[in-house]
Design a protein. Structure first.
Ligand code: COA
Length: 237
């Protein structure tokens, strides 16, 4: 795998970039991708029980290293990646990034100015019943908006946007997801935290293959009120 393999996936959004590629299935390309990873990451890859999970992780991490290597002008293996207490991978210098995988797709968002969250989902993912997801994590307004999950496309869009924003804040699903209300609004979304509008949570619906939905979130956690942080996840800094 080299940067040439992924160039076509680039999209510019609000001074950020989004890269998408298909999860690697070819043995030779997988070997090349593994060659971009650190020894620790190769060990992690070897620990996955399911081959599909291993391929997702390797493709995503190789894509991240490939992009950051090009941006920072260093070898892919030399890019120093760390992880927050809540598990969000980070790079030490100059960039924010986030990665998501679903089905056969992996997507990466990069920004120099804003913490990034990105999520890709399959609208009809096997083993996902939107009615269950909606009941567990949606606010009452979100539940009404997707007719309790009967409208799978609307439910998937809200879920994808919610996860992207929570990933931008770094708390992932370790959050009180019902404190947030995210509703589709054209190619973007309106966001409210405990009823208060958040006008600067930049959520963009991305152009992805049919059957998938993806959302990029560029967020500034400092604009959340103390009450908002406490309601969603007190660990958000
Ligand atoms: C992080 C999380 C949102 C990922 O969701 P997902 O739909 O399984 O997976 P995605 O493909 O969209 O994203 C996975 C990537 O997110 C990144 N990630 C991990 N933790 C993260 C965090 N706290 N914030 C932002 N990004 C995170 C990683 O890069 C990961 O990929 P990698 O492990 O290959 O490097 C989710 O696993 C999570 O919050 N987990 C903790 C709580 C939980 O498991 N709750 C389940 C009950 S609802």
């Amino acid at each position: 795998m080299s940067i040439e393999d992924v160039k076509q996936g680039e999209v510019q959004r609000m001074k950020s970039q989004v890269w998408r590629m298909e999860i690697l299935t070819d043995g030779h390309r997988m070997e090349k991708a593994l060659g971009l990873l650190t020894p620790d990451e190769r060990q992690r890859a070897a620990r996955y029980h399911h081959e599909e999970d291993r391929r997702r992780f390797v493709t995503g991490r190789a894509l991240v290293r490939c992009l950051l290597s090009k941006k920072l002008g260093i070898e892919a293996q030399q890019v120093v990646l760390t992880q927050t207490a809540m598990g969000k991978p980070e790079v030490s210098a100059a960039y924010f990034f986030n990665v998501s995988h679903a089905g056969g797709q992996v997507i990466v968002g990069l920004s120099q100015t804003h913490p990034v969250g990105i999520d890709i989902e399959q609208v009809s993912a096997p083993n996902v019943d939107w009615k269950d997801v909606v009941g567990a994590v949606f606010s009452p307004e979100e539940i009404a908006s997707c007719r309790r999950g009967e409208d799978a496309l609307a439910a998937c869009a809200i879920w994808t946007a919610k996860e992207a924003l929570l990933k931008a804040w770094g708390c992932g699903l370790n959050a009180n997801t019902k404190a947030l209300t995210i509703l589709p609004d054209g190619s973007s979304f309106s966001v409210r935290c405990q009823g208060a509008p958040m006008t600067d949570a930049n959520l963009t619906l991305l152009d992805v293959p049919s059957g998938y939905l993806a959302v990029l979130a560029l967020a500034d956690v400092n604009t959340l009120t103390i009450e908002g942080r406490a309601a969603i996840n007190p660990q958000i800094m």
